[in-house]
Design a binder for this molecule. Structure first.
Ligand code: NAD
Length: 338
């Protein structure tokens, strides 16, 4: 509780856009948010003193030591402002009776649209043209792309985001193939999408877009062997999780021409690099450095979710969950982690 009796929440790894959308979401509520720029970990957990809840993001380190420290400070709730919870020790949370909540869905459209934006940019060389024209170089050499119309796009994972991406590609006149262990046949029929096996999808798609979660099974699902089964010169889009793709295999495939283009919004070793400004320091990651040298590679810094709509939905849902938790009201099952 805050001095005024309202709910006090310690908010970590905060960025200006978080403050804007969470500021709007708590307006008129008896909730006080203390924003911290640093990430939460055991060593700095005294910053949660007197707070009923902590609000964390994908890179805060809520391990057992941190959970124990939070418990000692009387914190009863860890509110994740994202869907994933791989950075939270759930066993420790259960033992210490700390509730963990998340935002299961915010805007699948934001991520699907970003995947398409990456493809259009990469294929039509907009990133290169933008820089070239600003240097008053109006030449067209090296800027040849291909029509999306009539091409085959393979969607791996037809959950919330994959099901938003597929109709966008259909709108371009693409054939859309899909693979998912739990196919949604009726949705596919209505949207002109054809489910197929992974092998056929990889062998026939001009563009492969990943929309499945990271699990033990999907770790490095795109590796040396599976990439060799792809159509020669195909494009690969990953807006899902970095560890789905073996980066070193991607580099080899780009060098040989097996992959014609690669767009990544996520990277397997992104922690500690993405979301931060490293422009004054030497990049220590040689694999990422090599990836960034290819003209046919486009990397964005895990920004696919970054739309006004998604940020608004994340803030509204998180603040609603905290309010419900404090009042002891029912919370949507999908938001409850433990
Ligand atoms: P979802 O849970 O709605 O859908 C995931 C789908 O993948 C499910 O249909 C599931 O059956 C399927 N799947 C599971 N294993 C598979 C496999 N081996 N091959 C093919 N499909 C498989 O999830 P979602 O909301 O669509 O999100 C998908 C992923 O996008 C998330 O797991 C997350 O990693 C990522 N994501 C990224 C951002 C970003 O900003 N870049 C934002 C949100 C989510």
């Amino acid at each position: 509780m805050s001095e005024g009796g309202g709910t006090k929440v310690a908010f970590y790894d905060s960025k200006p856009y978080d403050r804007k959308f969470f500021g709007a979401a708590v307006e008129g509520l008896d909730m006080e948010i203390e924003y911290h720029d640093f990430r939460l970990e055991a060593a700095n957990s005294t910053s949660a003193e007197g707070c009923a809840a902590v609000c964390v993001f994908v890179n805060d380190k809520v391990d057992r030591a941190c959970m124990e420290a939070l418990s000692g400070k009387g914190v009863k709730l860890v509110a994740l402002r994202c869907a994933g919870f791989n950075n939270v020790d759930l066993d420790a949370a259960k033992e210490l009776e700390i509730t963990v909540l998340r935002v299961p869905a915010y805007s699948p459209h934001a991520v699907a649209e970003h995947a398409v934006a990456l493809l259009l940019t990469l294929n039509r060389k907009i990133h290169r043209a933008y820089n070239r024209v600003r240097e008053l170089n109006f030449s067209l050499g090296g800027l040849v792309g291909f029509d999306l119309y009539g091409k085959t796009v393979g969607i791996m994972g037809t959950g919330k985001i994959g099901r938003c991406a597929a109709p966008i590609f259909r709108g371009f006149g693409c054939e859309v193939l899909a693979y998912d262990p739990f196919p949604q046949e009726e949705w596919a029929r209505k949207n002109g999408v054809v489910y197929t096996g992974v092998h056929k999808l990889l062998a026939t798609s001009d563009v492969v877009s990943l929309h499945m979660p990271l699990t033990e099974e999907t770790f490095h699902v795109l590796n040396k062997e599976s990439i060799s089964k792809m159509k020669h010169g195909a494009y690969l889009l990953n807006t899902s999780r970095g560890k789905l793709v073996e980066s070193k295999a991607v580099i080899a495939a780009l060098k040989s021409g097996q992959l014609g283009g690669v767009a990544l919004d996520v990277y397997e070793e992104e922690e500690g690099v993405f979301f931060e400004d490293h422009s004054d320091t030497a990049l220590q990651d040689d694999v990422l450095s090599r990836l960034l040298t290819f003209p046919n590679v486009l990397v964005t810094s895990h920004q696919a979710f970054l739309t006004q709509e998604a940020l608004g939905a994340i803030a509204e849902t998180t603040v609603d969950s905290i309010t419900r938790f404090v009042k002891g009201e029912g919370i949507d099952e999908a938001r409850i982690v433990v």
